[in-house]
Design a protein. Structure first.
Lengths: 89, 119, 517
């Protein structure tokens, strides 16, 4: 299965988001580049609202991610609770 | 195949020979000398003698290259649209069969650019 | 006393449904085809517009909220950057030439993209795509504006940017990105969406923005980094829209598949040719490199694009054939491009230079198959000649490709010693191309490309001199007249970086910033 990925700006908003992603996706590989962090994962990657909320200690709307998003790859499905990136083949 | 269009689609080409004030375009490339990044485009009158290009034009264009001074024009191999071709230096472009937007190249056997890199 | 009961907030899916469905009506006294006149002629068949869904489920209210937050962040950083004379913190003044290339080559395209998406949104009968196109259209004009604002700070100090839009419409190499986008917006709305929404945004944009912006960050350019990331934060949405467009069109009718495949083939190649500028920026123009062009291509196209096309195989779409050709060019593209700009440095709005010995080492390490064998000899020769005061300036105009408008600088696939020539006879005239792919694009729609505004031919027709110029007078200097027509100043905006006013000023100002004069 191919990799999906998400890339976020390196800043204080994203530090814990990245931590949450790594927690929820043990197969993900974090790749730090100048001013950005790219997270690759085989097949599927899930960003969970609850995990982020636990880490930042406040309620979080997954659409806030838009502000710090750089790029991503894969089919997307976003709900109130999860943002999922996946390949079908 | 034609352009998909909502109505008749018919516009004149931008580069017909009548737009070049009596000149026609000729493209010239020197094989194995890619220090000159691309072949050149020239507007020449069709009555121009072919030999005048070699003597009057190319030295100003290619003269920077150390190989240029060593060219023996008698041995140069010519190609038109990629096929072997023999120009007559005494005749005009038109008499040599050169038309608007024709492309010719020459190879200079033994000369292969800076340190043989085809540069 | 009444108890205030908190109203239950709508979930994301419900909110999206409410804000993007049922917003339109069925016309009673006008025909649908009169209201949406461009829906049929491209041959694409759509049966149910409601099947279109934005997987981000972004609605206009949320859009304004997050976009305004992005703007506030961006402008506070820009203010701080300008107030602290941030431009003096870039690695070295050569770096600034990437900014010049960006503002004259790319920012005007953002504006055209704004128009293109506004047009596509107007033409699509479904409210889902209309909303998505509206957002993207607003994003694109925001990008144009923020880029111009950010770069205007550099324009106060450095040359070549002062009339970037005038340059975009005239300068020979800027006709490459310009004609690319003109080709897209003069196509129908479906082709535009496949061209820009899918092929450019989804398949290629990572190669434009990520290396550019990451490169800016790495070279101390906080201004460009910030506008870049701010723009890029919209790109994830654009990419998603692009992918959804393709899936939606393909699912609607099997007859759409071959049409879409032809567009993907065409626009992947067209977009890749434009990225030639990015390739040389990455390998030659950034004083501190992030990754090579070849590495970026492998990560963002071969791996990521490979995954994408594997996923699209279920719809009958195959990876564009041109990718085989591109794979053969990846060892050569940036070197051939930089050589070209070094040749024609007298006619550009930015400076060029030869890499130093360390940089050549980096190039041979990144390109072990090609650099030392094919490119180092010419570059060392140029460097030696420049040191002797004999800097190479090619002043004869090159032959251009009728489709991509790039000079014929690319070599035969598999033979880096031979220029690739292709030609077609169409009606009364001959047309020339840099590759089989550009030739095929012409052959599919010759009536469109015979109209191309090729800068070299336009100069020879006498259309690129300032008004009132008489090219027949004794001693007429065509290059000088063309530079004037471009609104560039000879000796200041063009030529080698070595000895330029930018170089001199930067050194002097940086000295003032670190010493008490």
């Amino acid at each position: 299965m191919s990799n999906v990925f998400i890339a976020l700006q390196t800043n204080e908003d994203t530090r814990q988001i990245i931590e949450a992603i790594v927690q929820d996706n043990p197969h993900a590989v974090v790749n730090e580049q100048p001013a950005m962090v790219k997270i690759d994962a085989e097949g599927k990657l899930v960003v969970r609202r609850e995990t982020i909320e636990e880490l930042i200690g406040r309620s979080y709307d997954l659409q806030e991610l838009q502000v710090n998003l750089i790029t991503m790859s894969g089919n997307l499905d976003q709900t109130d609770d999860e943002m999922i990136l996946y390949w079908n083949a | 195949m034609a352009v998909a269009a909502v109505k008749e689609y018919n516009f004149p080409p931008a580069d017909t020979v009548d737009k070049f004030h009596g000149a026609q375009l000729l493209y010239i490339g020197w094989e194995d000398h890619l220090m000159f990044c691309a072949p050149f485009a020239f507007p020449f009158p069709p009555t121009m003698r072919f030999g005048d290009i070699l003597v009057g034009v190319l030295p100003g264009v290619y003269g920077y290259h150390p190989d240029f001074a060593q060219i023996d024009w008698a041995k140069a191999e010519w190609f038109k649209s990629g096929k072997p071709w023999q120009p007559d230096v005494e005749k005009s472009l038109a008499e040599n069969g050169l038309k608007h937007k024709d492309v010719i190249r020459f190879r200079t056997p033994g000369l292969t650019g800076i340190k043989g890199s085809c540069s | 006393m009444d108890m205030q009961v908190a109203k239950k907030k709508l979930g994301l899916k419900e909110r999206y449904a409410v804000m993007t469905r049922g917003l339109d009506w069925t016309p009673s006294y006008q025909k649908m085809e009169d209201i949406y006149p461009y829906m049929a002629y491209e041959g694409i068949k759509i049966h149910d517009w409601d099947k279109w869904e934005d997987p981000f489920r972004l609605t206009m209210d949320a859009y304004w909220k997050y976009q305004s937050e992005k703007e506030r962040k961006l402008y506070s950083v820009l203010d701080a950057y300008i107030q602290s004379n941030g431009h003096l913190n870039v690695t070295d003044a050569r770096y600034l030439n990437t900014v010049k290339l960006f503002v004259s080559g790319i920012s005007p395209l953002e504006y055209v993209a704004h128009r293109g998406f506004a047009h596509a949104g107007r033409q699509f009968p479904g409210p889902g795509p209309r909303v998505a196109c509206l957002m993207q259209s607003l994003d694109e004009i925001r990008h144009a504006q923020t880029q111009i604002h950010a770069v205007s700070n550099y324009n106060k100090y450095y040359n070549g940017m002062h009339d970037f839009h005038h340059a975009h419409d005239r300068v020979w190499f800027l006709s490459v990105p310009k004609s690319f986008f003109d080709d897209a917006i003069t196509a129908g709305p479906f082709e535009f969406m496949v061209a820009i929404g899918f092929s450019f945004e989804y398949v290629l944009t990572n190669l434009l923005f990520v290396p550019f912006v990451s490169g800016a960050a790495y070279n101390g350019d906080m201004g460009t980094m910030t506008f870049g990331f701010s723009a890029q934060s919209d790109e994830a949405r654009h990419m998603t829209l692009g992918l959804e467009v393709i899936k939606f069109i393909l699912q609607q009718d099997p007859a759409n598949v071959p049409i879409v495949q032809r567009w993907i083939d065409k626009w992947t190649w067209r977009g890749y040719r434009v990225l030639t500028l990015v390739a040389m920026m990455m390998d030659y123009m950034l004083p501190k490199r992030t990754m090579s062009w070849k590495e970026a291509w492998e990560v963002y196209f071969e791996q990521n694009g490979g995954a994408l096309f594997k996923d699209l195989a279920r719809y009958g779409i195959t990876i564009p054939k041109c990718t085989e050709h591109i794979a053969l060019e990846k060892d050569h593209l940036s070197h051939q491009a930089w050589s070209t700009f070094y040749n024609y440095a007298a006619a550009t709005n930015f400076h060029t230079w030869m890499p130093d010995a360390d940089e050549m080492e980096w190039l041979s390490a990144k390109y072990p198959e090609s650099y030392d064998k094919y490119y180092r000899p010419r570059m060392e020769f140029w460097r030696e000649e420049a040191a002797k005061g004999n800097r190479f300036y090619n002043k004869t105009l090159p032959m251009l490709c009728q489709t991509c408008q790039i000079p014929l600088v690319f070599t035969e696939p598999g033979d880096p010693t031979k220029i690739c020539y292709r030609e077609v006879d169409y009606k009364e005239d001959k047309y020339h191309f840099c590759s089989d792919h550009c030739k095929k694009i012409f052959e599919d729609e010759p009536e469109k490309y015979v109209q191309a505004w090729l800068p070299v031919h336009q100069i020879y027709q006498g259309n690129c001199f300032p008004e009132g110029t008489d090219p027949t007078v004794e001693g007429f200097d065509p290059l000088a007249a063309v530079i004037k027509y471009y609104h560039l100043e000879f000796g200041r905006d063009n030529l080698d970086f070595e000895g330029s006013e930018d170089q001199k000023n930067f050194a002097e100002w940086r000295g003032q910033a670190t010493k008490n004069a």
